[in-house]
Ligand binder design. Structure first.
Ligand code: COA
Length: 146
């Protein structure tokens, strides 16, 4: 089930974040997202267990997806696809015109997820990521397209 992200979820979110990224966001960063007027965050819950989350910003016509991860043991079950679909539906309802995100060029799973959801590569940020240093691909999806 998809639910709005709340403070009570953040410990579990941090645990997923730590095993998902070489430079994990600190707890304060997630807490800060909850009070941003332009922030929108959801998680995937099974009972009390958080299995994934998506953090985004709505800025005028743009909807930026800034973090997405699924717990390793729950990957491959469609959780990220469902979180993404839900977020994009919300963004359409909020009259966003396009969704944008950055992804590591070597992140095959995330690239496949986004391309299959209709995102296209529109640019490259050279050496955008650290540990290891790597280019970031800028992906965009027009939201009038389903
Ligand atoms: C990327 C990530 C969020 C995918 O989560 P997930 O819940 O396992 O993904 P889903 O099960 O919803 O898969 C949806 C699609 O993504 C792609 N995909 C997911 N895992 C994949 C993998 N290991 N290899 C290739 N493609 C993959 C496929 O296209 C898949 O569709 P399919 O099942 O019809 O083939 C997850 O692997 C993760 O948390 N990775 C670490 C954090 C990260 O990289 N986040 C993205 C930052 S931009």
């Amino acid at each position: 089930m998809i639910a709005p992200l709340e403070e009570s979820h953040i410990d579990q979110v941090c645990a997923i974040e730590k095993v998902s990224f070489p430079l994990p966001w600190p707890r304060e960063a997630f807490l800060g997202e909850l009070s941003l007027p332009y922030g929108k965050s959801w998680c995937w819950l099974e009972g009390d267990r958080v299995l994934g989350y998506l953090i985004a910003w709505k800025s005028f016509e743009d909807f930026h997806i800034i973090n997405l991860a699924v717990s390793p043991e729950a990957r491959g079950r469609g959780i990220a696809r469902n979180l993404l679909r839900h977020a994009l539906e919300w963004a359409r309802g909020a009259r966003a015109e396009r969704s944008l995100l950055e992804v590591r060029s070597s992140n095959a799973a995330a690239r496949a997820l986004y391309l299959s959801a209709g995102f296209e590569v529109v640019g490259i940020r050279k050496n955008y990521y650290e540990l290891p240093t790597e280019d970031g691909l800028i992906l965009e999806k027009r939201l009038e397209e389903k």
